[in-house]
Design a protein. Structure first.
Lengths: 302, 360
């Protein structure tokens, strides 16, 4: 009874390709992935796709409504909003990638050490993470930026620090269950060192929840950067960050809806895309969910 | 099928276990899991360690290379390979012995392979760091190994993942991993228990054949008397963390001397025996290692208990005939021993279907 049927040869594919094909069967996740790809292309080609400089002022044309000349209109200084939103995508993606990168690396390392070693080291690390985790995220980020001064770099570091406990916890939890597996004892009995066991045998088995957490955190990091910039402690003017543009636009609500709608939409689309992909990945990487999705042939409970 | 018994005096032992003692510090006190265990193992020899769950048989072999968590575990005594004492060794030095000198094969083939790596990589892994061979050479050796353990189309299956194999095939892969660095000693810890009887017989035969080919010694841990009868040269019967009887396999099966061994044999069903009595179970439960009874560890369950010393004194392991040692104050009558031996008679070579159900 304990012997499952051997899988047919169609299952003979690398794991990431299998995951991708399941992911793409989920329509919402596919849309999200497409939006992300578009976003990356836009960020890369922003210089080519725009006609105006981000700080090019056309004072005669302040608060111009969207037109063929200025697709998203102009702001209070006569700057082209389309150009600024497009260039702003670079800031957002950069903040997302670097901030989440920091927390991904730091959190994964801490989680691996904590979970694999256990004991007093685990207790100290995790209580530290708990303290960090207990702070309201925005407050902690503001405090960090207040100490080190507002700048794009410090914003990324602050967000990275704030997100580290999330990764540390996710990784530690998975490590605790993975390290109890017989295959870990088996490679230990083969003479593998702790470092080797952690890197080659534990880490790949905790990758799934980390990947999911990464894509959800990207969305959250971009949102947080927007919030911090909006509050004036993030990216500083005249940089074209979406949160900052919203913050400025707030004062001119009555002069033109386009000042706030387009940067707002950009944030919405980006965050939504990351969330959809994150949810899709969670389903695709979870074997139980995967079989449900495969049997239904569609996704969409996200 | 079992290779001939090496002459104990002439052949040098590949492994000498000397007064091995394992304790665990727990919240409820110290658990004394392995007590004063000594044995020698020679090249090509098969030693079976027989005992029920919790008798310390697995822990005693894990402790050989300190694979138990330390602390809370504590290992004392000596484990010698050549001139080296593994118990005194630091973890770093031990890494060179695990897998390379003492290989392990664990019970459950379903979980002893890492699901995220193709099986080829899992077999080559040990060779890479123990033997220092290149990835290409390791892969070639792996193909040979997989063929040896009977995996068809070995070279095509290197990049398959564990879930693409059946249980029996997976256990073959696990054995290939255990053999990959040519250990002097292979510890097969219930290596066939999770498999169906046919596969079990194949694996038993496979290990025996490989043993003949490469002259490796095997420690076969089991609670299955049928397997023991088929493959072992010598048997250690363990109870409550210590050896209660030790004998060459034919002596043990002809005249078991310890009441516990007798009980084990009498509790076996015999296939085709229609007018047979009820199965004789051993009453009671084995003692917890946290609170071992004073005197003989087995006395609370012993049917032959009579001597007042049973409850007060700890019996020593005494040689009753050449190579046959027993830890008991009581001499089991010859007739009882023969009766139990008849009940436990297992004439067949491969493991018997009937005693699996009794064992588990």
């Amino acid at each position: 009874m304990s012997e499952p049927l051997e899988r047919p040869d169609t299952a003979h594919r690398p794991r990431w390709r299998e995951t991708l094909s399941v992911l793409l069967k989920n329509r919402l996740a596919a849309v999200g992935l497409l939006a992300l790809l578009g976003l990356v292309v836009v960020a890369l080609l922003a210089g080519v796709l725009t006609r105006y400089g981000i700080n090019e002022q056309d004072v005669a044309n302040r608060f111009a409504a969207p037109s063929a000349d200025h697709w998203f209109g102009t702001d209070e200084l006569g700057r082209d909003i389309y150009s600024r939103v497009l260039m702003g995508s670079r800031v957002s993606l950069q903040v997302g990638a670097i901030a989440v990168g920091i927390s991904l690396i730091a959190g994964t390392l801490l989680g691996l050490v904590s979970g694999y070693r256990g004991g007093w080291l685990d207790a100290i690390l995790m209580r530290t993470m708990d303290v960090l985790f207990a702070f309201p995220v925005v407050l902690l980020a503001i405090a960090l930026v207040a100490v080190f001064g507002p700048s794009l770099r410090n914003t990324m570091i602050a967000i990275g620090v704030v997100f580290t406990p999330i990764f540390a916890r996710v990784v530690r939890g998975s490590v605790l269950s993975v390290r109890e597996n017989l295959y870990i004892r088996a490679v230990r009995s083969l003479g593998a060192s702790d470092l080797r066991i952690v890197l080659r045998h534990v880490l790949p088995n905790v990758a799934a929840p980390v990947i999911v957490q990464t894509s959800l955190s990207l969305a959250f990091a971009i949102l947080l950067e927007a919030a911090l910039s909006y509050l004036g402690v993030g990216v500083q003017p005249p940089e074209p960050a979406w949160g900052l543009m919203l913050s400025d636009a707030q004062r001119y609500m009555e002069q033109g809806w386009w000042l706030s709608v387009f940067p707002g939409l950009a944030i919405f689309v980006t965050v939504m895309a990351f969330n959809l992909v994150g949810d899709g990945l969670r389903d695709a990487l979870d074997p139980q969910q995967r079989s449900i999705i495969e049997s239904r042939g569609v996704g969409g409970d996200a | 099928m079992a290779p001939g018994m090496p002459d104990e005096s002439s052949a040098a032992a590949v492994l000498t276990v000397d007064h091995l003692d394992v304790r665990f510090a727990t919240k409820r006190g110290v658990a004394h899991v392995v007590r004063d265990l000594s044995y020698q193992l020679h090249a090509g020899e098969t030693l079976a360690i027989l005992g029920e769950s919790g008798s310390g048989k697995s822990v005693s072999t894990l402790a050989l290379t300190k694979l138990i968590p330390i602390p809370p575990g504590r290992v004392a005594g000596h484990v010698r390979i050549g001139d080296h004492d593994l118990v005194a060794m630091a973890e770093k030095e031990l890494l060179g012995y695990r897998g390379a000198r003492i290989g392990y094969v664990f019970q459950d083939p379903m979980t002893s392979l890492n699901p995220v790596h193709p099986i080829g990589r899992q077999v080559t892994e040990g060779m890479r760091f123990h033997l220092g061979v290149s990835e290409r050479e390791a892969r070639e050796r792996t193909v040979d190994l997989l063929r040896q353990v009977g995996i068809p189309d070995a070279e095509k299956r290197l990049d398959d993942y564990p879930h693409q194999f059946s249980g029996g095939m997976r256990q073959r892969v696990v054995i290939a991993i255990g053999l990959s660095c040519h250990p002097d000693v292979l510890v097969a810890d219930e290596a066939t228990t999770a498999l169906d009887v046919t596969t079990q017989a194949q694996i038993v035969e496979l290990v025996g054949r490989l043993q003949d080919e490469i002259g490796m010694a095997v420690i076969w841990i089991t609670h299955d008397l049928g397997v023991v009868a088929g493959i072992a040269d010598r048997v250690l019967v363990m109870y409550a963390g210590e050896v209660v009887e030790e004998a060459p396999v034919d002596l043990l099966y002809a005249t078991p001397r310890h009441p516990y061994t007798l009980g084990l044999m009498s509790s076996l069903p015999v296939l085709g025996d229609l007018e047979r009595r009820e199965l004789a179970a051993i009453p009671g439960m084995p003692p917890t290692p946290l609170a071992l009874p004073p005197g003989c560890g087995f006395h609370p369950r012993c049917a032959y208990r009579s001597d007042p010393r049973c409850e007060a004194e700890h019996p020593a392991l005494v040689e009753v005939e050449p190579g046959h040692r027993v830890r008991s104050f009581y001499e089991v009558p010859e007739s009882d021993a023969r009766a139990a031996a008849a009940a436990g008679r297992i004439d067949i070579e491969p493991p018997d279907a009937a005693d699996r159900s009794a064992a588990s």
